[in-house]
Design a protein around this ligand. Structure first.
Ligand SMILES: [Zn+2]
Length: 102
């Protein structure tokens, strides 16, 4: 999937329907509303911290983008609920997606 190709290069993007413009998450091949093809939206999305927990020296946050996309991201500083964040780094490591936020 091209979403993964972009992620491998460190580019975060969200699949978006070419027809109804809905953001599709988790990424898939076609729109789950109108079944049309998807394009990749590479905007610099701003997310909101929904929840977080601490594990060793790191914070892991549930971040929500555009009220549809939710993912788990790592943060080095102490997060606050509802804080606005951006993806600073992302990629695929040993078959798993990772996201870092600031
Ligand atoms: Zn659609």
């Amino acid at each position: 999937m091209s979403f993964e190709k972009e992620l491998e290069k460190g580019q975060f993007c969200i699949p978006e329907c070419i027809s109804c413009k809905k953001l599709i998450w988790p990424p898939s091949e076609f729109c789950n509303l109108c079944n049309r093809e998807l394009t990749l939206n590479k905007s610099e999305f701003e997310g909101k911290i929904i929840e977080f927990s601490r594990q060793d020296e790191n914070y892991f946050c549930i971040v929500e983008f555009n009220e549809t996309v939710r993912l788990i991201a790592k943060m080095e500083t102490c997060p606050k609920k509802n804080q606005t964040v951006k993806i600073s780094k992302c990629g695929i490591s040993q078959g798993s997606y990772y996201f870092h936020i600031i």
